[in-house]
Design a binder for this molecule. Structure first.
Ligand code: FEO
Length: 396
């Protein structure tokens, strides 16, 4: 498969309908993904990025149907992660002297992964590469989401090749933003930002500002995953501008795990109290032992506050809560409030422990939490409802 984006720019990547997990097991890809590579033709022909390693043969075969490999004059590697550089080793065996334009950090990441001395040409922000009637302008974008990341802008076509930024793990045969299901596209783009870019909000914010100051006319955005933004491409830049500002909606997410249903009952009673106190708030409940963690993290990204519940087990918390709390810590959410709850038999530790984990993850823990010994009864469930109401009051 390949398709033209404009007369001189062709997509030569791979649509991966099979993918269910990305970054090892770290990221669920319910809708598959794509690894986008682009071929730009002018007096000089340029390949931008490759595909994930397992699709090397397919990629090279496909590319050869588009162009004789010897006619590729330059390769631009916007980012060295293996989902984009995986086919480079094979490609460089076939065209070994081809110059590779990338950042200094990409030289390190590519050498670190592939241990090859390729013909690297290091570029910095503002550097240009003339290809005939057009030129590329390079824009370093460190920590979007690796130190080696950069974008490049093609004059004449007004295309921003943004790499991971503005991407989604979203397989589609349509491949243009105006042709796909808009709700699916929004959800996958949001999930991508929430799970991958949240820790780098400040860097993304600075880069968006810098891009705006460059005053580039952007007619098309070609990311390295998912669809090409050709219809109102600035819509996704504007969304990112909202998301970088420690985003939140009028939503409270309750996450819990439960052994014998006690903590689940508390979660639902707390939700009832929240609803009574604020009928407008969007309340989501997720059992972390059963539901997808990346979907839950996306909901937390959207929330102004969260509640986290677990019974005490072995003087600690259930493993799904411990696991997701580590993910939450790593994502460095800001400007969110939180509280803990849970049941216990003979050791009260879980609620205090969750409160500490939330505090360590940067949440404002608004109270000491709500704990119930053994199974909740009518009185303690009423207490949970009241706890939910009082939690809403702390949100201001
Ligand atoms: Fe899609 Fe960071 O690689």
């Amino acid at each position: 498969m390949s398709f033209k984006i404009t007369e001189n720019v062709t997509w030569v990547g791979k649509v991966d309908w099979d993918l269910t997990k990305f970054h090892g097991e770290e990221y669920s890809t319910h809708k598959g993904s794509t690894y986008n590579a682009y071929l730009v033709r002018d007096e000089k022909n340029v390949l931008i990025d490759t595909v994930w390693l397992p699709y090397t043969e397919e990629f090279v075969d496909n590319l050869q149907k588009e162009i004789a490999l010897a006619e590729i004059d330059y390769i631009i590697i916007n980012h060295g992660e293996v989902d984009h550089s995986g086919a480079l080793t094979k490609l460089m065996e076939l065209i070994p002297d081809t110059p590779i334009y990338c950042t200094a950090n990409a030289v390190k990441s590519l050498k670190g992964q592939y241990h090859k001395e390729w013909n690297f040409h290091v570029v910095k922000t503002g550097d240009k590469l003339n290809i005939g009637s057009k030129e590329f302008i390079f824009v370093e974008a460190p920590m979007m989401h690796w130190p080696d990341t950069m974008m490049c802008y093609l004059t004449g076509e007004n295309i921003l090749f943004s790499n991971d930024a503005f991407g989604q793990h979203y397989a589609s045969e349509y491949m243009f933003n105006d042709l796909v299901d808009q709700a699916e596209l929004y959800r996958e783009t949001l999930k991508y930002y929430a799970n991958i870019l949240t820790p780098f909000n400040r860097q993304v914010e600075r880069k968006l500002k810098e891009l705006a100051e460059l005053n580039l006319t952007i007619d098309i955005i070609c990311p390295s995953h998912g669809v090409v933004w050709r219809d109102n491409p600035m819509q996704i830049v504007n969304k990112y501008t909202e998301w970088v500002k420690d985003y939140q909606e009028n939503q409270i997410t309750i996450i819990y795990d439960t052994m014998w249903d006690g903590t689940r009952k508390l979660a639902e009673a707390i939700a009832e109290g929240i609803k009574q106190a604020d009928p407008a708030v969007n309340i989501k409940l997720y059992n972390t032992g059963r539901k997808d963690k990346n979907d839950i993290l996306t909901e937390i990204f959207q929330s102004k506050a969260i509640l986290v519940g677990s019974p005490t087990v072995n003087n600690g918390v259930l493993s799904s809560i411990a696991g997701i709390m580590e993910e939450i810590r790593g994502l460095q959410f800001k400007n969110k409030k939180a509280a803990a709850f849970g049941t216990y038999g003979w050791s009260e530790k879980s609620v205090k422990m969750i409160g500490q984990l939330l505090n360590d993850a940067g949440f404002e823990v608004v109270n000491d939490g709500y704990k119930v010994s053994w199974n909740p009864d009518e009185v303690t469930l009423d207490g949970a409802v009241e706890f939910g109401k009082s939690f809403v009051k702390t949100l201001g």
